[in-house]
Ligand binder design. Structure first.
Ligand code: XUL
Ligand code: CO
Length: 438
């Protein structure tokens, strides 16, 4: 039970003054904040792919990280990864995990072989989960890595690729249900186009919706009560992805009448790639009632791609947690670290340091978000900023009780327009910094 992370102790909370690199400085799992423990608020999840399978390859270089866990046969490697993953989660006090089908189980030479491998691995993981309080947050199918998806999966011009994706998704849903998952994710890395010269966008979007509808129909028929999520991302690997950002995905879900079953899984680095802040996309999801789950990570201001780094930016995490709290917190979703250690950070310790930084950053974000709410000055200012709608003509406007004609009449007779008030951005930024760094 202590095979892979053997020289590393269990990671526990020791407080902000601790210099133990294997301790949480801010994440105190059982500390109660506003009636809930930190672990209930944050619902941290381990991403199977970055933590247990990714080997540090990039376009210019080979693996730098050995993730075979002393095994060679693909099924034995897959099982060793399960052992390592559970050892890791227990050591870290992480209660959830997320996976793609191909992360937990090797692809075989035929679809039948692939399906059997997955079933065997699901049984193995289920046994491992027994007697623990570790749960599956969400599952998904990797419908982007294999060459058959070069033109897309649900949006492929090739019907056989669509069919294969459907078959893969059916089995990934079965795996998710079998392991008690509360979510199923669609991330469409190849659902988009390289050039409009060869693309029927309307046809492809209709098909993408068809695939999702089939998935919902199947999963519900098998008793799945959780949420489906779309994870927006504007580009990478495909030049333009249809799930560009939260607003684009919302328009898609509305058009195809999928809103009853789908919410959004917002990823920090995807929002920034779309030219938004992380909290912008969270806010779009929140105000539309579809903030489901979060992939926590961060990008790099100098790089234009998805670097999937562990989050260290406390201000960003605080603003994100404010949105999550305002949305009422997580129900079926949680905070999945879709984050990886850098290529030269190839040791087991590095994975632990990565997760400690991400978990401490979000723990601080949670603490600071509640301090901002308790402080009240920012909310109070925002409330007062719109106070002209509390009475008179403003009240009539928000009660939908007026017209252009009446407002023209009002303006004609309104010799004193009232004074304009400052937006007070700098005042608010000072409050934010005061609370973050006091
Ligand atoms: C890729 C990404 C995926 C999804 C799941 O950028 O974020 O790992 O989270 O397919
Ligand atoms: Co992600």
């Amino acid at each position: 039970m202590n095979k892979f992370f053997k020289n590393m102790p269990e990671v526990k909370y020791e407080g902000p003054k601790s210099t133990n690199p294997f301790a949480y400085k801010f994440y105190d799992a059982d500390r109660i904040i506003d009636g809930k423990t930190m672990k209930e608020h944050l619902k941290f999840a381990m991403s199977w792919w970055h933590t247990l399978t990714a080997t540090g390859t990039d376009q210019f270089g080979d693996s730098t990280i050995d993730r075979t866990y002393d095994e060679e046969d693909p099924m034995k490697v897959a099982k060793a990864r399960v052992d390592a993953g559970f050892e890791f989660m227990k050591k870290m006090g992480i209660k959830y995990f997320c996976f793609h089908d191909v992360d937990i189980s090797p692809e075989g030479n035929t679809f039948e072989e692939t399906r059997n491998n997955l079933k065997e691995m699901v049984t193995y993981i289920k046994e491992k989960m027994t007697g623990t309080d570790i749960k599956l947050l969400w599952g998904t199918a990797n419908c982007f890595g294999n060459p058959r998806y070069m033109h897309g999966a649900g949006t492929s011009c090739r019907a056989d690729s669509f069919a294969y994706a459907a078959a893969q998704i059916k089995n990934a849903i079965d795996a998710t249900i079998e392991l008690g998952g509360t979510g199923y994710v669609f991330w469409g890395g190849r659902e988009g186009y390289e050039t409009l010269l060869n693309t029927r966008m309307d046809f492809e979007l209709d098909n993408m919706a068809r695939l999702m509808k089939m998935a919902v129909k199947y999963a519900r028929s098998k008793g799945f009560k959780g949420d489906f999520y779309i994870e927006p991302k504007p580009k990478e690997p495909t030049k333009h992805q249809y799930d560009y950002d939260a607003s684009t995905v919302l328009a898609f879900l509305r058009k195809y009448d999928l809103l009853g079953d789908f919410k959004l899984n917002i990823e920090a680095n995807h929002a920034t790639l779309a030219g938004h802040t992380f909290n912008h996309d969270l806010a779009v999801a929140r105000i539309n009632g579809v903030l489901g789950s979060v992939d926590a990570n961060q990008g790099d201001h100098q790089l234009g791609w998805d670097t999937d780094q562990f989050p260290t930016d406390v201000k960003e995490a605080t603003l994100a947690m404010l949105e999550i709290i305002k949305a009422g917190g997580f129900t079926n979703g949680g905070l999945n670290f879709d984050a990886k250690v850098r290529r030269p950070s190839f040791t087991y310790e590095d994975i632990i340091y990565g997760y400690i930084s991400g978990m401490d950053t979000f723990a601080l974000g949670l603490i600071k978000a509640y301090e901002i709410i308790e402080d009240g000055r920012i909310d109070e200012f925002v409330e007062s900023r719109y106070s002209s709608y509390n009475e008179g003509i403003g009240k009539k406007i928000i009660e939908d009780n007026t017209s252009l004609e009446e407002l023209e009449e009002y303006t004609l007779n309104n010799n004193d327009e009232g004074k304009l008030e400052s937006g007070r951005q700098e005042y608010l930024e000072n409050i934010l910094n005061q609370i973050l760094y006091r």
